[in-house]
Design a protein around this ligand. Structure first.
Ligand code: 5GP
Length: 193
């Protein structure tokens, strides 16, 4: 997605060897027009796939997931990282190691929001080692639902997340694929949409 590559080149900051900061338009301040376009592109890719739910993980997956769900006209569910007192019903959980926080947390979705008839599209902001998406797959499978695909806004292809998800038999659609960071420059490779 050329628009997104251009925005990353304009507003993204490389942090060290493996991290990209995109807080000007995605992970803190959110560019809603860009998110809407991202949602439109994901929805176009999965238009014929019979998606019934879009699932993401809080917090930064919510913006692209919401616009994707709106474009597909289905609900969006975000997995919670902290259980709270209103979650009184049955919950589905998975352990997820956070790449950016370097801690493992239990993420959960209340079971009534997913059922065995659901066909789910997972959306997330970044793909690094694949642990967030893998945790969501585990939760969705506990509900007996199908994971149709994983839509990623920014894939860091030099990390093993895509390989892990493909080995689980999942289709990955990344809007931007970063091959490497070289001398503080971003080198892109051909993306999926
Ligand atoms: P994974 O679970 O694939 O290792 O990492 C994906 C999650 O970690 C995403 O949900 C995202 O929040 C965070 N993440 C991974 N890499 C980056 C990065 O380079 N920049 C930012 N801002 N978040 C990242």
């Amino acid at each position: 997605m050329k628009l997104l590559e251009d925005r990353i080149l304009k507003d993204g900051d490389i942090l060290g060897e493996e991290l990209l900061k995109v807080d000007k338009f995605l992970t803190h301040q959110v560019d809603c027009q860009l998110m809407q376009e991202i949602g439109r592109v994901f929805a176009e890719v999965y238009a014929e796939a019979g998606i019934t739910k879009v699932v993401t993980i809080e917090a930064s997956g919510i913006a692209p997931a919401l616009y994707t769900a709106q474009a597909l006209k289905v609900p969006m569910i975000f997995a919670k990282k902290h259980k709270n007192m209103t979650m009184t019903e049955g919950i589905l959980t998975a352990e997820v190691f956070s790449f950016t926080k370097q801690v493992t947390s239990t993420v959960s979705i209340v079971s009534k929001f997913l059922s065995s008839s659901d066909r789910v599209l997972i959306i997330d902001d970044f793909l690094a080692n694949g642990q967030a998406a893998k945790g969501l797959v585990e939760i969705i499978k506990q509900a007996g639902a199908d994971v149709v695909g994983v839509g990623i806004v920014i894939e860091k292809s030099f990390q093993p997340g895509r390989k892990l998800l493909e080995e689980l038999g999942l289709e990955v659609t990344s809007l931007v694929r970063i091959k490497k960071f070289e001398n503080d420059q971003l080198i892109f490779m051909e993306a999926d949409a």
